[in-house]
Design a protein around this ligand. Structure first.
Ligand code: XMP
Length: 318
């Protein structure tokens, strides 16, 4: 595709020109936008790019390991992984309100990122995977979902940081970002990952969050996603995940009575994430997912499927 090749060549040249011999910092999240931005910038300036990956402890199962393998090893990028899980979990202890959790996670992220970026001496640029819809969203009156929830990763540049911004994807729509990503050699599976909210599992463990609940949720979510891939359904839905409820119910396992958490399987189909319908996943598939979660995840003995559309429900539970 010559148009994409042209875009990449032009952008690489522009980045080289703008950055010169300076250092660039980028917060890698594992998501599509920051990954494509990173690979593009890396192509232009190699080791002058310093990526910071903050493991909030609220990411999907093995996310940190996967990011290091994909981008550190495969693309040979300079990545510092910061394990901040304990910091995030201790700040969240005892907090049940969704907006308060969002604020805590967003603020903590900025603190950690700020601390880490100070370790990278002489960095002049901060790169971000801002794409065209983010630019529009931050200019216009915020949409209903932004009013209802503070989406912390839009325009999340800490005010006091004195960096010049580098945003090589600012003119692209999501589908174009994906095409650029594939053209750059990022594996298809990574480029077509579902979006993941900034606060991560912090808002998918409903109510108070702790390490044990996060572990349970990670296991269950991983099974659901694995089954979606296995059954060729992953790319047929827009966003899919598991939510852990703070509700225990009674079950039986062998001759024993169990009293454990309830997991909700959620999958949505949408074009713009402003409205969405629940995915009509096959019963047999849901049965497999439910059986596997209950049998394999210690701590869950009941699985429900969310059949609410947006509006009036939202895609996330918090
Ligand atoms: P809702 O739940 O509002 O979600 O229907 C719409 C889309 O936004 C994502 N979402 C968030 N993303 N920070 C984010 O970065 C947040 O606080 C947040 N809340 C919701 C959600 O995953 C879905 O894709």
């Amino acid at each position: 595709n010559w148009k994409l090749t042209n875009y990449i060549e032009k952008t690489v040249a522009e980045i080289k020109e703008k950055v010169g011999t300076q250092k660039v910092i980028l917060g890698l999240s594992g998501g599509v936008d920051s990954s494509v931005a990173a690979v593009l910038i890396h192509k232009a300036i190699g080791d002058q790019l310093n990526c910071i990956f903050v493991d909030t402890g609220l990411l999907r199962k093995d996310e940190g390991k996967k990011v290091m393998e994909n981008y550190g090893k495969h693309f040979d990028m300079n990545i510092k992984m910061v394990d901040a899980s304990e910091r995030f979990l201790s700040k969240l202890a005892g907090i049940g309100d969704p907006e308060e959790k969002r604020k805590i996670i967003g603020n903590e992220f900025v603190y950690v990122f700020d601390e880490e970026s100070k370790q990278i001496e002489g960095a002049k640029f901060l790169a971000q995977g801002t794409i065209y819809p983010d630019v529009i969203e931050s200019q216009s009156v915020k949409g209903p979902s932004a009013v209802i929830k503070s989406h912390h990763n839009v325009g999340g540049l800490p005010e006091e940081m004195e960096f010049e911004l580098l945003e090589p994807l600012r003119e692209l729509f999501k589908d174009e970002v994906r095409k650029v990503g594939e053209e750059l050699g990022i594996p298809h599976e990574l480029v077509y990952r579902h979006p993941f909210p900034g606060p991560g599992l912090g808002i998918r463990v409903v109510g108070e969050v702790d390490a044990e609940k996060v572990r349970i949720l990670q296991e269950a979510d991983d099974i659901f996603i694995e089954e979606l891939y296995k059954n060729d359904l992953y790319e047929k839905v827009s966003q899919a995940f598991v939510v852990l409820l703070p509700v225990k119910s009674v079950g039986v396992m062998g001759d024993e009575r169990t009293y454990e958490y309830t997991a909700v399987v959620r999958s949505a189909n949408t074009i713009d994430f402003m409205t969405a319908t629940w995915s009509r996943l096959p019963y047999e598939f849901l049965d497999t997912v439910s059986s596997r979660i209950i049998n394999e995840v210690r701590g869950i003995n009941r699985v429900a499927y969310d059949i609410s559309s947006k509006p009036p429900a939202t895609i996330e539970w918090e």
